[in-house]
Design a protein around this ligand. Structure first.
Ligand SMILES: *[C@@H]1O[C@H](CO)[C@@H](O)[C@H](O)[C@H]1NC(C)=O
Length: 400
């Protein structure tokens, strides 16, 4: 047995590590106390699709399917009127802003939007690929160009140094990809002829990786990602799938989402090794949401399959609001009892549960950092409480 493997040596190493960790964690909590006031000034920049669009599509020329600025959207009373959010009320990033003690982040396209706390570039219907709903949405590439505009104007307003600091401390939240797989691939026979699923996922992930790298090159360091849902269980896709398995979910769509989530996880792990100072919060909400869909009563819901607003099987025909081709739609009495608000989008209540889990959920659903960690600038992935509660933690788990 070599000396380095002796129990005594391990014991000494453990003690020393414990002391280093303890003093490190203490200084971390000390600086956390000092940081409480600065936390409120951190910026949040948002990129994505209808899961996080706060109303950018109100300002673009598009089809009614990509808009949500009419009743009954936003009907649950938090906002005084429909805002363009694809929800009965708020969306994930509104809750995240609240937890981070930031004001609601305005749509980038809102005239005279104040971007000093960050801004939201997301657009309902948008995809990672330029081809997805082309001409009807603000695609990811364009959202990145808009960020560059904001970065330049911040530098003019605050000076290069201050702007750089704001950019590097800000959180970049990205929620996109569903539209690439639904309309962009499954709804597009030509795309399916040109690319098999594996090639197509590779293309989406390749472009998403490039977007992350572009933001990193511009100074972004802290990233948050919302994983894709089991897409085949959206009321709209369940409705499409009726002949197949009697109301089951449309498995092909869910499989694409799952493969995308796994591919993104691997990319993020690699980027973590390659990009200095890169920190991220990824989520694993596929099973999390599936469980709410299958067992709504365990989570305070009554209905997991049918949409609150829509018509036809599962409320899956996307007519909510009556602005589209088919004007008739049904509306449930209490959207809080539903997982799905309309044929494609979850209710505010699900958005809130998503946001809570992203903010301080357990490592089984978010990691390696949660958003609370990223906003409070925690440098270590474990706190002193973890060390005290679990003295047998492997030293390899610590990242200094
Ligand atoms: C990005 O997507 C385009 C199609 O829009 C594709 O041609 C290109 O190869 C993709 N890039 C990467 C790096 O995967």
């Amino acid at each position: 047995m070599s000396k380095l493997n002796s129990p005594l040596f391990n014991f000494v190493v453990s003690i020393t590590l414990f002391q280093i960790i303890a003093s490190f964690s203490l200084s971390t909590s000390q600086s956390l106390i000092n940081e409480i006031s600065t936390t409120t000034t951190k910026a949040l920049f948002i990129f994505g699709d209808s899961t996080v669009d706060p109303g950018n599509n109100n300002y673009i020329d598009t089809v009614p399917e990509n808009k949500a600025d009419y009743k009954p959207y936003g009907q649950n009373g938090f906002f005084e009127k429909p805002t363009g959010r694809f929800s009965d009320g708020r969306v994930i990033v509104d809750f995240i802003a609240e937890y981070a003690k930031l004001p609601l982040l305005p749509p980038f396209l809102q005239p005279s939007a104040d971007s000093s706390n960050g801004v939201n570039f997301a657009s309902g219907g948008a995809g990672v690929l330029a081809e997805t709903n082309q001409g009807l949405v603000i695609d990811l590439q364009t959202q990145l160009s808009s960020f560059e505009e904001v970065r330049k104007s911040l530098a003019e307003k605050l000076g290069e140094e201050k702007a750089k600091e704001l950019i590097s401390e800000a959180i970049y939240f990205i929620s996109i990809g569903s539209n690439d797989y639904m309309g962009g691939y499954l709804g597009n026979p030509k795309m399916q002829e040109s690319y098999n699923p594996e090639q197509y996922i590779g293309m989406v992930i390749g472009n998403l990786t490039q977007a992350i790298q572009i933001l990193y090159e511009k100074g972004a360091r802290n990233f948050g990602f919302l994983s894709l849902s089991p897409l085949g269980c959206l009321p709209a896709l369940r409705a499409l799938n009726r002949e197949a398995s009697n109301g089951g979910c449309f498995e092909v769509a869910s499989a694409l989402a799952l493969a995308h989530n796994n591919a993104l996880s691997s990319v993020l792990t690699s980027l973590d090794h390659i990009l200095k100072g890169f920190k991220y919060c990824h989520s694993n909400f596929y099973d999390w949401l599936q469980d709410r869909i299958n067992n709504p009563k365990n989570y305070g819901f009554k209905e997991g399959a049918n949409a609150c607003c829509g018509i036809g099987p599962y409320g899956g025909i996307f007519t909510c609001g009556g602005t589209k081709k088919v004007k008739e739609y049904d509306l449930c009495d209490n959207s809080d009892e539903y997982v799905w608000w309309d044929s494609f989008h979850p209710t505010e209540k699900i958005h809130e549960q998503f946001a809570k889990a992203l903010w301080n959920g357990p490592p089984s659903v978010v990691g390696p950092y949660n958003l609370d960690n990223l906003f409070s600038n925690i440098k270590n992935k474990l706190t002193i409480a973890d060390v005290v509660d679990n003295p047998e933690i492997e030293e390899g788990q610590f990242h200094f």
